[in-house]
Design a binder for this molecule. Sequence first.
Ligand code: S3P
Length: 170
Amino acid sequence: MDYKNISLIGFMGSGKSTVGKILAEKLGLIFIDLDKVIEMDQEKEISNIFKIHGEKYFRELETRVIKRIYKNKNCVFACGGGVVKRKENMDLIRKNSLVVYLNVLIDDIIYRLKEANGRPLVDVENKEETIERMMEERDILYRKYANIIINNDNYNPDRTVDKILSEIKR
Ligand code: S3P
């Protein structure tokens, strides 16, 4: 491996945390969930940060955490779904890691996010429409920033990890 970190990007519910943990374990790397770091720093859940301070404030926290946490090496990072909204984030992430986009079909995302617990941006009345609109905007960005695109429609995280491993060993 000639890189030191791997970052998983993709929409909410695309399986970044589940896949990331298994991938880290298989490669002997440390798993870090960026949302969890923000929650620990703030001593608040993401949904409360959104509720109290709004999205803009959350994005500032996210960028601040990225600047700090990407000094680490030998990690698998699960990034929040909105990390691609700021070029500044992605410049740093791409400079310091191999970026893997976990791509999931929109219908599966909608199904997986039905309960949207703790996910403020999709905890809305017109959930399907919101997810479709966000996915349309974001998919382009995920693809643009990814070094590798992996399909994670199969509900089998181990198989997805194997696909990632065979891609990165190429
Ligand atoms: C967000 C995704 C969430 C979290 C926040 C905003 C987004 O992370 O960072 O609610 O804008 O897509 P997950 O993708 O881990 O759910």
